[in-house]
Design a protein around this ligand. Structure first.
Ligand code: BGC
Length: 525
């Protein structure tokens, strides 16, 4: 045991020095008002399933439905009980030394029946308490309006994102949030990873509302070749409606900024062929650019339009005007990278990405048997979907910087998943040196991107606590803190101690080196 603790301490002490390939901690470059935080989401954390007037939401409906695809049969009814333990959790964040916390609002806790019912004052009070508790500790709230969950009422009444009515509901919800919390919240993100939300909800049917058609999935109803694009269109217009409300009613007096969070995996061509390079462009187009190009340039990516033609909805002239420059920042969720191979001119085995609907590309974690980066595996050698390829973060940030005129960016999620098996011991789970190494390496790559001029303003580790990992239930865990799901006790892992040391060291360095040409204005363009 003593030896074990010795090893642990050694790792905590030395890991910061592995932080970048080309130097030590003091050589990392972060702008002076950089946000360092941890991230979470309402359904994955809160629990408080129907507490104090919260309405039933889409994930409550899905997780309670027999035959759903949650591997361990679990749900978020209790999750990590953040609803009742937020005060303790704010204390943990404070002890880490973070200056920001990204969390999302449970839409059904605030508006149990969307715009068809009353505001739930107890829900407003919960978020007021959380925000105030954070601010007292000097932690800036960074709020995502919705992270995959919404009132089931909207599904039952009009089919949620399949109907333009969803735009009105989202705009109403956003207005209530800006009005209630905007005096203290300065960072707003509208949606989290809408591409995953619509692909899983309407293409594979593995997220609620479980709509899809064959061969993409096995659902009772749906059309995988059309519905994802309709849902995405309504989400884009809902985003822009919320941005319009914020900019016209609140931004001047409240002084915050508003953006959207995208899943930004980096794709690398598997060969130097033009076909594979074009396939990478399509992979980007059919994932994050699907949302960013409309919101920033007012049109869908040409790669999508060329393949999908009239399946892709059109924006009206008025919508296009509103869409132009429709974010103040991009939230970048980044976990891994893949090689991409063309499937337009070559025949690929059917799989993720290969169909016309997805843009004719195939992804792979390895090339000629060599992985793109160290595979992220659990204690028993079983693979999670990640490979540690920190250069991917530098590359995606540089790509976004060049494509979107260096609009401000936040790394809204980055983290390391490990399998939590029935036979994993707590001691093993706490000793997560690999997670600390992963975060250290990605912070090094982030610093490199900033040094090269990427206008990045914050980094949020996913996640403060082990939590409910959607279809993986509690079997994959991303926390800096271990959560015993019986007792809900939180215990720091080695990675929490490492992050705390990093932040302490880093605040001493006090960001003496400023990035070359990053523009510090929140609304620079
Ligand atoms: C999602 C999180 C999720 C994380 C790890 C992201 O795609 O936003 O909700 O827990 O990935 O899988």
């Amino acid at each position: 045991m003593e030896v074990y603790i010795g090893v642990l301490l050694l790792q905590i002490f030395f890991l910061p020095h592995f932080i970048s390939c080309d130097g030590n901690l003091s050589e990392l470059v972060f702008p002076s008002n950089f946000l360092f935080g941890t991230a979470s989401s309402a359904y994955q954390y809160e629990g408080g399933y129907l507490s104090d007037g919260k309405g039933f939401n889409n994930w409550d409906a899905y997780s309670h439905q027999p035959g759903n695809l949650i591997v361990d049969g679990s749900n978020g009814d209790i999750a990590v009980d953040h609803y009742h333990r937020y005060s303790e959790d704010v204390g943990l964040m404070h002890s880490l030394g973070v200056n920001s916390y990204r969390f999302s609002i449970s839409w059904a806790r605030i508006l149990p029946k969307g715009r068809f019912g009353e505001i739930n004052e107890a829900g407003i009070e919960f978020y007021n308490n959380l925000i105030d508790a954070l601010l007292i500790k000097g932690i800036q709230p960074f709020v995502t309006l919705t992270h995959f969950d919404f009132p089931q009422e909207l599904e039952d009444r009009y089919g949620s994102w399949m109907s333009p009515q969803s735009q009105e509901d989202f705009a109403y919800f956003a207005d209530v949030c800006f009005k209630s919390f905007g005096d203290r919240v300065k960072y707003w993100a509208t949606f989290n990873e809408p591409d995953y939300q619509v692909k899983f909800g309407y293409l594979t049917g593995t997220f609620p509302p479980s709509r899809c058609s064959r061969p993409f999935g096995n659902c009772t109803d749906g059309d995988s070749e059309k519905e994802p694009f309709v849902a995405a269109h309504n989400i884009i217009l809902a985003h822009i409606a919320a941005v319009h409300i914020y900019r016209t009613k609140y931004q001047e007096t409240q002084g915050g900024s508003i953006g959207i969070v995208l899943q930004c995996t980096w794709y690398e061509p598997i060969s130097d062929s033009i076909a594979d390079k074009l396939a990478v462009e399509r992979a980007h187009a059919f994932t994050f650019n699907w949302f960013l190009e409309p919101i920033i340039f007012g049109r869908y990516p040409p790669e999508m339009r060329n393949i999908l033609g009239s399946i892709l909805p059109e924006f009206t002239a008025t919508e296009k005007q509103k869409l132009n420059k429709g974010v103040d920042f991009i939230g970048v969720n980044h976990y891994t990278s893949y090689y991409v191979q063309d499937c337009m001119f070559s025949v690929c085995e059917p799989g993720f990405g290969t169909s016309k609907t997805e843009g004719f590309w195939a992804q792979s974690s390895e090339k000629n048997g060599t992985p793109i980066g160290e595979p992220v595996s659990n204690l028993n050698g079983e693979l999670v979907w990640q490979n540690a390829y920190p250069q991917g973060l530098d590359k995606i940030l540089t790509y976004l910087k060049d494509k979107y005129h260096n609009i401000p960016m936040f790394i809204t999620e980055n983290g390391y998943g490990n399998m939590n098996k029935a036979d994993s011991t707590t001691e093993e789970l706490l000793h997560d040196a690999k997670r600390a190494e992963y975060i250290a390496a990605y912070l090094g790559a982030l610093s490199t991107a900033i040094r090269k001029g990427a206008n990045v303003k914050g980094y949020f580790a996913w996640s403060l606590l082990d939590n409910f990992e959607w279809n993986n239930g509690y079997t994959i865990q991303f926390g800096l803190y271990h959560v015993d799901h019986e007792t809900l006790t939180r215990t720091p892992k080695l990675s929490a101690t490492w992050y705390r040391n990093f932040l302490a060291e880093h605040s001493k360095v006090q960001y003496q080196q400023q990035p070359k040409d990053a523009n510090n204005s929140p609304f620079y363009y």
